[in-house]
Design a binder for this molecule. Structure first.
Ligand code: NCD
Ligand code: ZN
Ligand code: ZN
Length: 343
């Protein structure tokens, strides 16, 4: 079986920087036309100048002949100014501003403690049409870790949308039925990305036969009923849902540790993993819109002009990848993926 689709884009990707970025970038360039590049570097990408410099480093690291286009983002802080937002809009290469609740995830310490303190920037974003990309989890340690996304919707997301109803928002890496239903029922300016791993796995994958640090990411995997709700949303034909891998590389020793980092590396098999999920749902005919049409439509960009071809063919994922001077364990390491993207 073969499937040819318009070249996809990745609307949520962590490329890191330096030799780590140089190690992972070719995986994305092979499959994706463009990617929304997350700004949670150390230090975070908080200015248009920093985003421009980061973009140049990515462009310089592309494999020869690659036309991959990085779509840059800024990291929202409580001191981001309306002026910086306008500058971002005028740049043409900044396509979103990312809200990390402080402490919610990797390199989020500089993020937002109280959305009310970022209103100047958020109002300017609503005004100029700059999308807000949201890591939607509350950080209150008293809230159960599996409920943090649902609680975020009620306590942060809905009040924000009431205050700025025209704000364009992407609810990133949604993991719950509540988020899928919220986005489906919201106005057209609210959309969501869904990862392949949240479509393929439930929280049992964290504990199958022992603790599995390579299945730990944030927001954490949820119950089967949530996986089913995400799969239903992704394959529903709604243009509010699109591909965002959240491929988030961390060196092996930082995940296989007493306090391991959150994030799964999937960029090496991204579109193949989505193909598995869509096939499982009997909805391979919906993959192209999800992967290649809905994202550019939301961001106001053209679709890619070329195609990729997927073949139903099993291949073994390497047990280890090199990651600069470190090692990287990809999702399904040493196991099989059942689709292959032709080179
Ligand atoms: N998803 C993750 O588990 N980790 C991401 C951060 C994020 O997207 O929240 C990372 O940068 O490592
Ligand atoms: Zn996140
Ligand atoms: Zn992410």
């Amino acid at each position: 079986m073969k499937l040819t689709i318009t070249r996809p884009d990745d609307w949520h990707l962590h490329l890191r920087d330096g030799i780590a970025m140089q190690a992972v970038l070719p995986d994305t360039c092979r499959q994706m036309g463009r990617a929304i590049v997350m700004p949670n570097l150390k230090p975070p990408v908080t200015t248009v100048a920093a985003a421009a410099a980061y973009r140049e480093r990515i462009l310089a690291a592309r494999p020869a002949g690659s036309n991959f286009e990085p779509l840059m983002t800024l990291y929202l802080t409580e001191t981001t100014t309306a002026e910086e937002v306008r500058k971002a809009k005028a740049s043409g290469f900044v396509h979103g501003i990312k809200l990390y609740p402080a402490g919610a995830t990797t390199n989020s310490d500089a993020g937002v403690r109280d959305v009310g303190n970022a209103m100047a920037a958020l109002e300017a974003m609503a005004e100029v049409g700059m999308p807000l990309l949201v890591h939607g989890e509350v950080t209150d340690p008293n809230v159960d870790v599996f409920d943090r996304e649902a609680v975020f919707i009620d306590t942060v997301f809905e009040p924000l949308m009431k205050r700025l109803p025209q704000l364009r928002v992407v609810f990133e890496h949604i993991t719950t039925q509540q988020a899928a239903e919220y986005v489906a029922g919201a106005a057209a300016n609210v959309a969501a990305t869904i990862t392949a791993h949240h479509l393929l796995m439930n929280r049992n994958a964290l504990f199958s036969g022992g603790i599995r640090p390579h299945h730990y990411c944030l927001p954490v995997l949820k119950r089967e009923l949530h996986r089913e709700a995400l799969l239903k949303a992704a394959t529903s034909g709604s243009d509010k849902f699109f591909l965002g891998t959240d491929s988030a590389p961390h060196a092996r020793h930082t995940k296989e540790a007493a306090c391991g980092c959150a994030g799964m590396y999937t960029a090496n098999a991204a579109i193949e993993l989505y193909a598995e999920a869509f096939e499982q749902a009997g909805a391979l005919d919906k993959l192209e819109a999800f992967a290649s049409f809905n994202g550019p439509a939301f961001y106001g960009l053209p679709r890619n002009a070329d195609t990729i071809t997927l073949v139903k063919e099993s291949w073994q994922v390497p047990a280890l990848l090199t990651y600069g001077e470190e090692e990287l364990v990809p999702l399904r390491a040493g196991e099989h993926v059942h689709w292959r993207c032709q080179p």
